[in-house]
Design a protein around this ligand. Structure first.
Ligand SMILES: Cc1cc2nc3c(=O)[nH]c(=O)nc-3n(C[C@H](O)[C@H](O)[C@H](O)COP(=O)(O)OP(=O)(O)OC[C@H]3O[C@@H](n4cnc5c(N)ncnc54)[C@H](O)[C@@H]3O)c2cc1C
Length: 385
């Protein structure tokens, strides 16, 4: 079997050592606990702290702020190894790959010092709340308000589908700070949730997959936060900030999708080599061979593009269109490959105890969040001129 996990072209020696450490940690500490996380619908805080101690939470953030002092390559490695280990419960991507970079890029020195070290250690778990019950794709239609009153912002509104929302101590909230319609009136406000009057978590939503990752409704009723919790020197920067950061989020989704597609091929080849039907192992049947050949080709071709996008991002030249292509392409291919691989497992493929069954349920959302794939097409099409 071809090695689907060779050393990446963008992986330095230090990054390869980091990968080894992450892999060993996840196998020893996350895999045995995943069933419990899925049953309770969130990851225990002690695991966040453990991951923080090993430097898994903010590996791409400068060590001046408690991070690992690396770059996106380390975040990509955490995403890949989570997928290879079959863990979708632990949303490091949101915490360290999305929330922390907003603070790093748009925060003042004081904000960075206040929040990033605690995020790196796991003392503070991060979430980002853009989506509202009325819509997620159209970010310009955000209705949550953050009204300036003296030295505070007063937040009113509701958010939904928020990853880490049940456990988060720090939530970046997209809110309307000005009367200007559309994009111009939006700002990002950091909300520290501990003992905060008017802030309420709703349901931990019941999903069809990714059961170990909490997904919350959040409510803000006259929630008062200090005005210095706004990200950005002036009001109205929120939309631009989101547009600048979404390519990294989308690449992060693509990286996880790619690795999970590779794992699906690996475990299905293994299964097809041992299962028999009509006096032959499945692997000898032409349909099995052709199906897996298709899956392998999809995974390998897609890998080349994902690696190129990671290298581009590390060099600071990833375009929004390429990030959208990577997100759309890998998540579409991932769903096809995992569906085909499940079929080759027969009835066992429908049994939750089999990893392929859990993958099937877990991956469906990948085409929806991080910007639905239809929105990705809009962004890609814009690059056509
Ligand atoms: C498990 C999970 C975790 C999530 N985590 C977070 C999170 O942490 N933070 C957060 O803010 N959000 C999060 N989301 C929300 C997610 O980003 C949104 O669900 C997504 O952006 C789509 O928004 P929507 O659900 O409101 O669908 P809608 O925007 O109502 O879209 C419905 C359908 O219409 C299509 N559509 C919409 N506009 C267009 C258009 N212009 N052209 C063509 N088709 C269009 C969409 O592609 C989709 O197929 C999460 C969602 C899920 C399910």
């Amino acid at each position: 079997m071809i090695d689907l996990r060779p050393r990446r072209p963008w992986e330095s020696d230090e990054a390869a050592q980091f990968r080894d450490m992450v892999r060993r940690f996840l196998l020893a500490e996350a895999v045995p606990r995943d069933a419990a996380w899925r049953a309770q619908k969130f990851v225990d805080r002690d695991f966040w702290l453990q991951a923080g101690e090993l430097g898994l939470l903010c590996p791409g953030i400068s060590d001046d702020y408690g991070g690992g002092g690396g770059d996106f390559a380390l975040d990509a490695i955490v995403s890949e190894e989570l997928s290879y280990a079959g863990i979708t419960s632990f949303q490091q991507l949101i915490h360290g790959g999305i929330v922390a970079p907003y603070i790093l890029h748009y925060g003042t020195e004081d904000q960075r010092q206040r929040w990033l070290p605690k995020m790196a250690s796991g003392e503070m778990i991060g979430a980002i709340a853009m989506t509202e019950p009325g819509g997620g794709s159209d970010l310009q239609a955000v209705r949550t308000t953050a009204q300036r009153e003296g030295g505070s912002y007063v937040l009113n509104g509701a958010k939904t589908f928020i990853t880490n929302g049940i456990v988060a101590d720090l939530v970046i909230v997209a809110a309307r700070t000005g009367p200007e319609p559309g994009a111009r009136g939006l700002s990002l406000i950091v909300v520290e949730t501990a003992d905060l009057p008017g802030f309420r978590r709703g349901r931990n939503l019941a999903k069809i997959g990714m059961h170990g990752s909490d997904t919350a409704e959040l409510f803000f009723d006259e929630v008062r936060v200090p005005a210095e919790n706004r990200l950005g020197e002036v009001e109205g920067q929120g939309f631009v900030q989101m547009m600048q950061q979404l390519p990294q989020e989308r690449l992060g989704v693509a990286v996880g999708a790619q690795a999970m597609m590779e794992r699906a091929v690996e475990i299905t080849v293994e299964y097809a080599r041992t299962r028999s039907a009509f006096g032959k192992v499945l692997m000898e049947l032409q349909n099995t061979r052709f199906t897996l050949a298709d899956c392998l080709a999809k995974a390998q071709v897609s890998r080349a593009f994902v690696d190129r996008c990671i290298a581009d991002h590390l060099a600071g030249r990833l375009t929004a269109a390429d990030a959208s292509m990577a997100k759309m392409w890998t998540t579409d291919r991932q769903c096809e490959v995992i569906d085909d691989c499940l079929q080759l497992h027969g009835g066992y493929g429908f049994m939750e105890e089999y990893p392929i069954a859990r993958m099937y349920a877990d991956v469906r959302v990948q085409r929806i969040y991080g910007g639905a794939n239809e929105i990705m097409k809009e962004i890609i099409a814009r690059s056509l001129g």
